[in-house]
Design a protein around this ligand. Sequence first.
Ligand SMILES: N[C@@H](CCC[C@H](N)C(=O)O)C(=O)O
Length: 282
Amino acid sequence: MLLHFTKMHGLGNDFMVVDLITQRLRLRDDQVRILADRHEGIGFDQLLIVEPPTDPDMDFRYRIFNADGSEVENCGNGARCFARFVLDQRLTHKREIHVETAGGPLILKVENDGRVRVDMGVPRFEPGALPFEANRDRPSHDLIVDGETLEISVVSLGNPHAVLRIDTLGVETLDDAPVARLGPAIERHPRFPKRVNVGFMHIVSRREIRLRVFERGSGETRACGTGACAAVATGIRQGLLDASVQVHLPGGELTIDWAGGESHLFMTGPATRVFDGRIVIS
Ligand SMILES: N[C@@H](CCC[C@H](N)C(=O)O)C(=O)O
């Protein structure tokens, strides 16, 4: 069949977006991997699927697949692109869009300047929420990787995140952070039975961080929206950051606002359409 899609990105974290409201298709995970391939396919970090909601109080169902074909619970940069996509395709006229994800509901607001503000819900730190094997909820945990003891914080934004501060790794700049070595080892550490996204955070000031993220199922990306939320949430919980933080990622900037406790966390940033295409799926 001929599948219509749109290529989009949020700060260089790139997506193939497919409307399965007006088209019918079921993709196998091996097909997702071929489409994600940057040499033999379209190339993307995540595939985003737009479906009708199963819950009548929601506007859409938002499904996410990593480049390795695994279906996941949430994608922050993708959520902003999702909002732009459903408006541009005239699938809705609403500028406040309620979507269901496997990680819980999200509210997406398209602002007048074109940026999208996403209500990401309440960050969950209890280890069972990721899941992470630990006997209690603490602001940081020791994790042994190849004989080295690392200090990590864990949090769920619907999807699981581990965050390391680069000052605990003995490096001064994010360029020197051992993302390629530690990212895959932590992603598949046995204490994370569903694997984990791994963020490396440099705290510049109480209102500014730099961040690189090794994503579960996709490798290091130019930006990770839920990773930015996770890093800021863990930094605020540890008393190191204020309630509004500018996050500098390799692909650009996000603003994260969180008042702590049971309040909802908000992420604001851009969403960019790159091109529309069609591909034969056999
Ligand atoms: N790029 C994303 C996160 C995508 C999912 C993640 N790799 C996972 O497996 O949970 C974002 O912007 O949040």
